[in-house]
Design a protein around this ligand. Structure first.
Ligand SMILES: [Zn+2]
Ligand SMILES: [Zn+2]
Length: 146
């Protein structure tokens, strides 16, 4: 994607949730909007630095919270209890390896027969919840750890 086009995409996403566009926000969103990327704030900070972006760790922390609160990022805990962030915009579920800690994305579109919708419907009709984001977490052992 051309740089200006990309900027417009992130500007639009930020504007859509009432946030101002800033370079750190754009870079964080762009970094996280990829398959199988679920860094801790420190890993994200290192990753952005490696790309040559001058950004402070406290700026990373602060913006992660802002973007999470706005619903642009998903925050979750891994097996070790570390807080991790996910900004991949394609609908997906997570596979957690209980041995090596690997977290792999399962794209909804790649597994059409694996459908969370019936689970969502059952929870809504039987438990009275409104499920806004039906994500599943599956735990087990990755191919390398079996
Ligand atoms: Zn593993
Ligand atoms: Zn993910």
């Amino acid at each position: 994607m051309a740089k200006t086009k990309e900027r417009e995409v992130y500007r639009g996403r930020l504007k859509g949730v009432g946030l101002r566009h800033t370079l750190p926000r754009e870079r964080i969103l762009a970094y996280l909007d990829r398959k199988n990327i679920h860094p801790t704030p420190e890993e994200l900070y290192q990753g952005l630095k490696k790309k040559g972006y001058a950004i402070g760790l406290s700026t990373v922390y602060l913006n992660l919270q802002v973007l999470r609160d706005a619903g642009l990022l998903w925050e979750f805990k891994d097996q070790q209890g570390n807080t991790r962030y996910d900004g991949f915009t394609e609908k997906h579920h997570h596979l957690f390896c209980l041995n090596c800690g690997k977290i792999e994305d399962i794209l909804t579109k790649d597994l059409p027969e694996f459908n969370a919708e019936p689970i969502q419907k059952a929870i809504e009709s039987r438990m009275g919840w409104f499920v806004e984001d039906p994500r599943l977490e599956l735990r087990g052992f990755c191919p390398d750890c079996q």
